[in-house]
Design a protein around this ligand. Structure first.
Ligand code: ADP
Ligand code: ZN
Ligand code: ZN
Length: 759
């Protein structure tokens, strides 16, 4: 065996590698297919010096002996006499794409989340890295040397001027990025080139990336004693050189980010790297700016990065040239050579769970990775998940608390408004009497207002008054949402859209009405009520362009907007001192979701939205409109009582045998033929029940039943749940059945371990 060279070292043979006799060198290879075990191949003479675990190979697979790309996960020896081995045909990399830590981590994910190792590997290594994008040259644009003089004599259109303005700030830029930032098509750029104002040049594609750029550097804040104490505890863990998971429960505005930054500062001073996971990059511009302004090199992993940029970044990180990596859940796989700490901010956010294969939870992956690399893991939230909370309560993890806001600012008072008898709401308005008055007062006192409503569109239900049926999407089991600006009824699952339905598709009556309030209708109502107020709506319809959040929040920060209204997009992380009123339009819409965690989510949302105000000496207040004022989640959130809520909800879960007191795995079946899907799901359910009866009396099987969204993009969906006290016991049960299972053609199955949604 050659000693490993290159970026990664393959330290020791993992235990999944079989001990073997001396004979021929072999490679264990896994494929991006639902296959369980690695396949053994012979390594031909010419690859023996070259091949290392973590490289890709091509090797013949299946009866047809077609060459398929797979990952070499181990190298060993095998007796040729046992059977004739097929040879590796080609080694595709000169350096491993994954080191031993990553191989071990991906193997663990495949076992923990019941997917194949090869599938996990393919989803962990970015496509740009696999294709080695980035060495190619691309065309980019910059202002010509003569441009300023030319512009004095030539008249530019608005669009052309926008292009010039963008380039004045940053150049060179590739065409796609330029058009995106200037909000135009390629036309204006071409015209400017003809006029000699801009010119094209060839650059290495990575040079247009701004992901490693530095922000303006700012200095440290003086920590208060609560922050200092917390930091000391974290530093103790960092210095211990061992693994520990810490849950930082800090109320909104307690200054958690500042504590993360200081802890990372220490890690960086040892020459190590830190990974910071945030729920969604585009929603956390403030946090990112703070990291950029405090560290020399911060890599921000965006979802809209090009393959080339991603590849370049992956290499920079692997070389240890990046101090801090900030990204959404997949950043947990960043190939840092000397990891020192992982921080997960807002650990309660469901976006940390991946919703397609492999359906991993980044918190659990981080936990495993940190344990393997013997470094601490820091989870932070004002509203931790019950899963994390109970681990801390049982002292499996360490609890750190920051119960006070910085500068001793009080948490804002929360008023729960029962809207059942509200005269304004009875007349169809969304803003009840109390909220109406409060907004008026806040505006008069020159405060800013945030209004939260979790439904986008104009009216969330298109509905027929004659037959009482909702007008549904023809592909999905979902009623259409009316978008008045587009004059279309839209399916929020598959984007199917039709012009205003003139007739009910069920009874052909013309009495089609739009029902309920989405953010667009709320915007109309607000603009009508407060004629002088400047109103800004933030939801995924109004914020389609990358960077638009940033722009919107900037203008809110500068005080150019009086009322900011929107969906969950505005619920998190924002820190604006001038916000003196937050209104939750309808807490019920969250409470009434058919989901085990509806109550937990409602608590989290109210607490998080409430956290957006009272962030300066001006103070602030919160109004929560609801028709269920007695709901536990609403009552506890109004008192800022996380611990009270957690005890209450944990007792409920315990009675129900629900997580975190059990481990749940959801199986989703889908296909074009409903009978077939239903039968398959029922058959699997009965096999699981049979097996549970004989092997695990504590296991339970619920279903099969139609999934809450029974039809999605023309496929019927059925699901079932398996629950058992531990994940190992669910796995044993499922694997026994899976090994005996053949799915009929036309039925697909997805396995979701620890599901966070049950749609
Ligand atoms: P959290 O993430 O806990 O909600 P942040 O980290 O966003 O809180 O901090 C809230 C605000 O308090 C920010 O504007 C931050 O700059 C400020 N802040 C944090 N720590 C201090 C401190 N020690 N002194 C003064 N201001 C601070
Ligand atoms: Zn009808
Ligand atoms: Zn649809």
């Amino acid at each position: 065996m050659p000693a490993s060279q290159g970026l990664f070292e393959f330290a020791e043979m993992p235990d999944w590698e079989r001990a073997a006799s001396e004979d021929v060198p072999t490679a264990q290879v896994v494929f991006n297919l639902p296959l369980e075990r690695p396949y053994t191949y012979l390594i031909p003479e010419e690859f023996r010096e070259l091949l290392q675990p973590g490289m890709r190979v091509r090797a013949p697979l299946g009866r047809g002996n077609r060459d398929v790309t797979g990952y070499c996960v181990a190298i060993g020896q095998s007796e040729t006499t046992a059977r004739r081995l097929k040879p590796i045909r080609e080694v595709m990399d000169t350096e491993p794409l994954l080191n031993s830590v990553m191989l071990d981590l991906t193997k663990w994910i495949s076992e923990r989340y019941l997917s194949s190792w090869g599938q996990v590997l393919d989803s962990v290594v970015p496509a740009g890295v696999r294709r080695k994008s980035g060495t190619r040259m691309i065309r980019a644009w910059q202002l010509a040397a003569d441009s300023e003089r030319l512009m004095e004599v030539l008249r530019l259109t608005k669009k052309q001027q926008a292009v010039v303005d963008v380039l004045r700030k940053q150049q060179p830029l590739d065409g796609a990025r330029l058009c995106e930032l200037a909000d135009c098509g390629p036309g204006p750029v071409k015209t400017l080139q003809k006029k000699g104002i801009v010119e094209a040049l060839q650059v290495r594609s990575e040079l247009t990336g701004e992901e490693l750029s530095q922000g303006e550097q700012t200095s440290d804040l003086q920590l208060n004693s609560q922050q200092q104490q917390t930091l000391n505890q974290i530093l103790e863990a960092v210095r211990s050189g061992s693994h520990r998971t810490m849950l930082l429960h800090g109320v909104t505005g307690s200054g958690k980010t500042e504590v993360y930054i200081r802890a990372i500062r220490e890690v960086v001073s040892y020459g190590q790297q830190a990974i910071v996971l945030v729920p969604e990059i585009s929603l956390t511009p403030q946090t990112i700016r703070r990291f950029r302004s405090r560290f020399r090199s911060v890599a921000v992993l965006h979802s809209h990065m090009s393959d080339a940029e991603r590849h370049w970044q992956w290499q920079q990180i692997a070389r240890g040239e990046v101090e801090v990596i900030v990204g959404a859940r997949s950043a947990v796989f960043a190939p840092t050579p000397a990891l020192g700490l992982i921080v997960i901010d807002e650990e309660h956010e469901p976006t940390f769970k991946q919703e397609n294969m492999p359906r991993y939870h980044a918190r659990e992956v981080a936990r495993y990775r940190c344990r393997q690399e013997e470094v601490p893991l820091l989870l932070g939230s004002a509203t931790p998940t019950l899963e994390s909370w109970i681990r801390a309560a049982r002292r499996e993890d360490q609890l750190l608390s920051m119960p006070d806001r910085v500068a001793k600012l009080p948490l804002p008072p929360v008023v729960v408004v029962d809207t059942r008898n509200d005269p304004r709401i009875a007349r169809g308005a969304s803003i009840g009497r109390a909220l109406f008055t409060s907004i008026g007062t806040a505006l008069k006192e020159k405060g800013q207002v945030i209004l939260f409503l979790n439904l986008r569109g104009y009216s969330p239900t298109v509905w027929c008054r004659s037959c009482g049926e909702g007008v549904k999407c023809p592909n999905c089991d979902i009623t259409l949402t009316w978008h008045r600006d587009r004059q279309e009824a839209v399916c929020h699952s598959c984007d199917y859209a039709i012009p205003a339905p003139e007739k009910c598709p069920t009874c052909e009556s013309a009495a089609v009405r739009y029902f309920g309030t989405g953010t667009q209708k709320l915007e109309d109502e607000v603009c009508g009520l407060y004629k002088d107020a400047r109103v800004l709506r933030m939801d995924s319809d109004s914020m389609k362009k990358p960077g638009s959040h940033d722009t919107a929040l900037d203008s809110f920060r500068r005080g150019e907007v009086d009322i900011l209204l929107g969906t969950q997009m505005i619920a998190k992380g924002l820190d604006f001192p001038n916000v003196t009123l937050v209104g939750v339009i309808d807490a019920d819409s969250m409470l009434n979701q058919p989901d085990m965690r509806a109550s937990e989510r409602t608590f989290q949302l109210i607490a998080q939205v409430a956290g957006r105000t009272g962030r300066s000496s001006r103070g602030g207040r919160v109004l929560v409109q609801t028709t269920s004022p007695e709901a536990a989640s609403v009552k506890f959130a109004a008192k800022h009582d996380f611990q009270g809520f957690a005890s209450y909800e944990l007792a409920q879960r315990k009675d129900a045998g629900a997580p975190p007191f059990s481990c749940v795995t959801r199986l989703i079946f889908r296909g074009p033929n409903e009978t077939q899907v239903c039968q398959t799901a029922r058959e699997v359910a009965s096999q699981l029940r049979e097996r549970a009866d004989t092997s695990d009396k504590d296991a339970r099987v619920l279903g099969a039943a139609p999934a809450p969204i029974t039809r999605l993009r023309n496929l019927f969906r059925y699901h079932l749940m398996v629950s058992a006290p531990t994940v190992e016991r669910v796995r044993d049960l499922w694997q026994y059945v899976e090994n005996r299972l053949t799915l009929p053609d036309g039925v697909e199955m997805a396995v979701d371990v620890d599901p966070v949604n049950s749609r």
